[in-house]
Ligand binder design. Structure first.
Ligand SMILES: Cc1cc2nc3c(=O)[nH]c(=O)nc-3n(C[C@H](O)[C@H](O)[C@H](O)COP(=O)(O)O)c2cc1C
Length: 339
C-alpha cells in the first residue's frame, strides 16, 4: 500500500489509546520484518490520511467512521495488505495463469503486496528462536482479530487468549521449568496422550531428528537434548506467549477444542503473514497451575495450549526446518468418483 506521498506503508487497523478505532501506519523499508521496523505513525480517523488502494483509487481514512471497527480496503478479491518485502520477493511465486499487463502498476503493486493463502500455508514453519524485540501491541491485536474470524460450532466462539510478556512471562517460564524439574511430571488441565506409537511415533522422531540436526544436537547427547527441552519449558525465550483457553463449561465438548484449534491456526497464519513467527506448544503450559496463577486466568476458563510468538531469529538454524507432510494420496479416500 502507498501513502499519499507514494511511500510504501503498512497499515494496521487497531484500537488507539483513546479507545477509538484508528490506524497505525508503518513505513515499509527493505529487508525482513521491515513492516514493523520503522517508526509507527499513529493516525486517528480525524486526520486526513490518504492511502492508495490496490485498484488505484484513493481512500481518505478521515472519511471512515471511527466507530466502525471494520474498513474495507480491498482491491477486487484481494485485500490490500502489505507483507515484508523480503517475503514478497524470491519465495513468492506468481500464481499460474495470473497473466497481467506489466505496465499495470496497481496490479503489480497488488501482486507484490499480497501473500496468497496457498503460499502462506506452504511457507509457514514453527519458530523456535526469536529476536529480542517486542511485538507491538497493535500488531498482536490485529493478529487476534484475524484469528477471531475462525468458524466455530454454532458460532459459540468458546476461545479466550491471554497475551503475556515481560515479567509475567518470565515468572511463568521460571515456574514452569522449576516445577517440571522438581516433579518430572506434567500437570496440565487437559487430557493428554500417553507416548505416541507406530506411525505417530515415527513422524515425531522424524521432525525431532530434523530439528536436532539443524540445532547441532547429536541424537545421543542427552545434555544438549535436555537443554532443548528446557527451551520449550521457557517458551523458546519468545518475547510473547499467547495462552489459549476455552470456556470451562464446555470442557466435555470436543467441538470446543476443535474451535480453539482453528482459532490458533488462524492466529499463527496471520502472524506469519506479518513477519511474526510462532510455535504452538504444550511445553509452555506443562505446569498449568503456574501459568494460571501468574497470568491470572479466571477459573471459568480451561488452559488448553499456548503459542510462543515473536520475530524470528534468522540465524537460528532450526527455524529453517521444513517438516514433512503426508501426500493427498495418503490422506484422502475418495468414493463415487469416475476416475
Ligand atoms: C497442539 C500442538 C502442540 C505442539 N507442541 C509443541 C511443543 O510442545 N514443542 C514444540 O517444539 N513444538 C510443538 N508443536 C509444534 C509441532 O512440533 C510442529 O507444528 C510440527 O512439528 C510441524 O512443524 P511446522 O509447524 O514447522 O510445520 C506443537 C504443535 C501443535 C499443533
Amino acid at each position: 500500500m502507498l501513502d499519499s506521498s507514494g511511500n510504501e506503508v503498512t497499515l494496521f487497523r487497531s484500537k488507539l489509546a483513546n479507545g477509538r478505532w484508528g490506524f497505525v501506519m508503518v513505513p515499509t523499508d527493505s529487508g525482513a520484518n521491515s513492516c514493523v521496523s520503522g517508526a509507527a505513525v499513529t493516525c486517528t480517523a480525524t486526520e486526513s490520511v490518504k492511502v492508495l488502494n490496490g485498484d488505484g483509487t484513493v481512500i481518505d481514512l478521515s472519511t471512515v467512521d471511527p466507530q466502525v471497527p471494520t474498513i474495507d480496503i480491498h482491491a477486487g478479491r484481494s485485500p490490500a495488505r502489505v507483507v515484508p518485502r523480503a517475503w514478497s520477493t524470491g519465495r513468492m511465486r506468481r500464481p499460474p495463469g495470473s497473466g497481467e499487463d506489466p505496465q499495470d502498476e496497481p496490479a503489480r503493486a497488488r501482486r507484490s503486496t499480497i501473500m496468497e493463502y496457498q503460499q502462506l500455508a506452504f511457507d509457514r514453519r514453527s519458530t523456535r528462536g526469536y529476536l529480542d524485540r517486542p511485538v507491538p501491541r497493535p500488531l498482536i491485536d490485529e493478529i487476534i482479530e484475524v484469528a477471531a474470524q475462525a468458524p466455530s460450532s454454532m458460532n459459540t466462539q468458546p476461545w479466550h487468549v491471554h497475551v503475556v510478556i515481560g515479567e509475567v512471562l518470565d515468572r511463568i517460564r521460571t515456574g514452569n521449568t522449576e516445577q517440571m524439574m522438581a516433579t518430572g511430571r506434567p500437570n496440565r488441565e487437559i487430557r493428554g496422550h500417553a507416548n505416541y506409537e507406530g506411525v505417530h511415533r515415527e513422524r515425531q522422531k522424524h521432525v525431532a531428528a530434523q530439528l536436532f540436526e539443524a540445532a547441532g544436537i547429536p541424537w545421543d547427547d542427552k545434555a544438549k537434548r535436555m537443554d532443548w527441552t528446557m527451551r520449550g519449558f521457557r517458551q523458546f525465550d519468545a518475547p510473547v506467549s499467547v495462552i489459549g483457553c476455552i470456556d470451562r463449561n464446555l470442557e466435555d465438548s470436543t467441538e470446543a477444542y476443535f474451535d480453539l484449534g482453528q482459532f490458533v491456526y488462524g492466529m499463527v497464519l496471520a502472524a506469519w503473514d506479518r513477519g511474526v513467527g510462532c510455535v504452538i506448544n504444550g511445553q509452555g503450559i506443562l505446569q498449568s497451575p503456574v501459568v494460571r496463577e501468574h497470568a491470572q486466568i479466571p477459573d471459568d476458563q480451561l488452559i488448553v495450549i499456548t503459542v510462543a510468538m515473536g520475530f524470528p531469529d534468522g540465524t537460528f538454524a532450526a527455524n529453517a526446518v521444513v517438516s514433512h507432510r503426508r501426500s493427498v494420496v495418503e490422506i484422502a479416500t475418495y468414493r463415487g468418483f469416475d476416475d
